[in-house]
Write a protein that binds this ligand. Structure first.
Ligand SMILES: [Zn+2]
Length: 316
């Protein structure tokens, strides 16, 4: 691809060709990740939000998991693209959902988000537009774009979109409260002998805020955080991304513990003084299709870049 392009520019004026060469050398290899349909992502988020509260170990979370499975099955050409969706058997009451697509190699990357909502006694009907539904919308729109892409050519590596249950702590984060679904999923990867093929994990959490600013969790794998910043810049979103210093307990953490490189794309400032977070103000009017698309597009760029470079920049 690169050679063909250089051959083409060599027929043009020399200074232009030299410029092109310099740019091309930086890019190593072209990537062509599918673009996300922000409107579609927003409609999925709305559908998930409309289910109402989806707290861990409630009927709401089960309904949410079944709803996600149904949405996946209804993606046009899903089966033709090699798509598979499952709700793995629960270990500790969690209802995770996994949408898997094969790629041109056996390696795969997990793109995750949580689909449960915080149980709030003060707000019994809390349905989490940003804190829950925005990530679900992003992943379903990404799965839809992946299916369309895969019908024409192979994905550059396998991609598993995983919707975690039980991210939210019922009381407070401990070894057994919170991150239940992601811990169970990593255990499942080990049980199924897949953890060695899982090369990286990209997490999307609270990425729908109309006033989006993603501050990568400080405990993200350094190489992946650097890559996320580079791809955000390449996508024209450098102003919406920064590297945070604060370690965050989120669904990427169990992957880190299992030595799987992981990055957490999270906007942890939601409303003035964070006043929309875990309150009744976390409603659909606070999130936008553009924000979801921004995060999802960068996530896809990370996946495509990792595959194009053979994961060489990741720690072993
Ligand atoms: Zn939350």
């Amino acid at each position: 691809m690169k050679n063909a392009w250089l051959h083409l520019v060599s027929a043009v004026a020399l200074p232009a060709a030299l410029t092109a060469l310099a740019v091309s050398a930086c890019n190593e290899k072209d990537i062509d990740p599918p673009a996300i349909d922000g409107g579609l992502a927003m409609r999925y988020a709305q559908g998930n939000f409309d289910l109402g509260p989806r707290a861990f170990r409630t009927e709401g979370a089960k309904r949410s998991a079944e709803w996600i499975r149904t949405q996946a099955e209804q993606i046009p050409g899903f089966a033709d693209a090699g798509g598979k969706v499952r709700i793995p058997a629960p270990v500790r009451g969690e209802c995770n959902v996994e949408i898997a697509f094969p790629g041109s190699s056996d390696d795969f990357i997990v793109v995750g988000a949580h689909h449960d909502t915080k149980r709030l006694f003060s707000v019994p009907d809390f349905a989490g537009a940003n804190d829950g539904a925005s990530g679900v919308g992003a992943l379903l729109a990404m799965a839809s774009a992946a299916a369309e892409y895969a019908r024409k050519r192979s994905l550059p590596c396998g991609v598993r979109f995983v919707f975690f249950d039980g991210e939210e702590a019922l009381y407070e984060y401990t070894e057994t409260d919170g991150l239940v679904g992601s811990r169970a999923y990593v255990d499942m990867l080990r049980r199924e002998g897949d953890s060695g093929r899982c090369r990286a994990m990209v997490l999307l959490d609270m990425i729908g805020d109309k006033d989006l600013h993603i501050d990568l969790a400080g405990n993200s794998t350094r190489a992946l955080a650097e890559l996320a910043m580079a791809e955000a810049e390449a996508a024209g979103h450098a102003d919406k991304f920064s590297r945070g210093e604060i370690a965050i307990l989120d669904d990427h953490y169990p992957f880190l513990l299992a030595n799987i490189p992981a990055v957490d794309l999270i906007d942890f400032k939601f409303g003035p003084d964070n006043c929309y977070w875990h309150t009744g103000a976390d409603t659909m009017d606070k999130i936008s299709p553009e924000s979801i698309k921004t995060a999802a597009d960068v996530a896809f760029r990370i996946v495509w870049r990792l595959a194009a470079t053979g994961f060489k920049d990741l720690p072993k």
